[in-house]
Design a protein around this ligand. Structure first.
Ligand SMILES: NC(=O)c1ccc[n+]([C@@H]2O[C@H](COP(=O)([O-])OP(=O)(O)OC[C@H]3O[C@@H](n4cnc5c(N)ncnc54)[C@H](OP(=O)(O)O)[C@@H]3O)[C@@H](O)[C@H]2O)c1
Length: 276
């Protein structure tokens, strides 16, 4: 799998998402994902699975320095002292000296952004993380974060899939040299996999609907996707998207679904989303 250069961080274009995975199952799935070739694992303090993810990494035969490991700090913990404590606790649970990427999981409506960005700088200086970035940031928030940051922000992890047009955020990230990391990249399967154009394009290329959707992600400049699965076969298949290329017309047909503007992750603490 190719890597995406994001302001100096080389991030594997496909990663393994771990939201909802817990305990021994999470460990076994992370170990399996690494054994079939994933080199990028996504977790978060709030997922309650960092210990299990760390165990999966330890049990695998893949050296730690070959794995791009991301964790996130929750939006209630974005003042300096809490952010530093949150990262220390994550490192302890993951049983690693540092992560590759630390993300602000969601922007805070109460804690000043400048304090949070300053704290990100501190945790890089202390060697807790190699890179820093944000998640669920709108374009105005992103521009402000970039303006304040002393070190480059490498990505904005956002909900992105064919059912949700994110052109405005994509353009902003690219203009800052950042990547977009697509979460819920598969729209959690279901509806997207059962309807056209995904079904007909899957037939045309003799690939699964999931492979078509993941190929659509990684064929776009600066886009990285982090699908999750509990099924070992699907975990493997989701990575196998490098042996074909979607024609421009098929990329456009899939992108056109974005007019539906369907969002899966929208909470009372979400910012006011950019509208494409
Ligand atoms: N930053 C944020 O705020 C945020 C928010 C949400 C998610 N995330 C991250 O993004 C990751 C991915 O998002 P997500 O887990 O919500 O959604 P997702 O990856 O779009 O979808 C996961 C669902 O798709 C199914 N699936 C996976 N591969 C499949 C395949 N080949 N064929 C059919 N079904 C398939 C899985 O079912 P099976 O298990 O049965 O295969 C699972 O139910 C998360 O795990 C997390 O790491 C971040």
């Amino acid at each position: 799998m190719h890597t995406v250069n994001s302001n100096g961080a080389n991030i594997p274009a496909l990663g393994f998402g771990t939201w909802t995975l817990k305990g021994a199952q999470a460990s076994a799935l992370v170990e399996h994902a690494l054994s079939v070739g994933y080199r990028h694992i996504d977790t978060a303090a709030i997922y309650g699975n960092e210990e299990a993810v760390g165990q999966g990494i330890k049990s695998s035969s893949v050296p730690r320095d070959e794995i791009f490991l991301t964790t996130k700090v929750w939006h209630a913990d974005l003042n300096t002292a809490d952010l530093v404590r949150s990262v220390q606790a994550s490192l302890e649970r993951l049983s690693v000296d540092e992560v590759d990427l630390l993300l602000v999981h969601w922007p805070s409506k109460t804690i000043p952004l400048a304090e949070t960005i300053g704290a990100l700088n501190t945790v890089v200086s202390r060697g807790y993380t190699k890179h820093i970035g944000v998640s669920n940031f709108t374009v105005p928030l992103l521009n402000e974060a970039v303006r304040i940051a002393e070190r480059p922000l490498v990505c904005n992890q956002i909900e992105y899939h064919p059912m949700l047009n994110q052109d405005i955020v994509l353009d902003a990230c690219r203009s800052h040299g950042m990547s977009v990391v697509s979460y819920c990249p598969l729209f959690r399967g279901g509806e997207l996999f059962a309807s056209d154009p995904v079904v007909s394009i899957a037939k045309k290329y003799q690939k699964s609907p999931a492979q078509i959707v993941l190929r659509w992600h990684v064929q776009q400049d600066n886009v990285i996707a982090i699908p999750r699965s509990t099924n070992s076969r699907r975990i493997q298949d989701n990575l196998a998207v490098n042996d074909f290329e979607l024609a421009d017309e098929d990329m456009s047909l899939i992108s056109a679904l974005g007019r539906k503007n369907k969002r899966l992750c929208d909470f009372e603490f979400s910012p006011q989303w950019d509208v494409a």
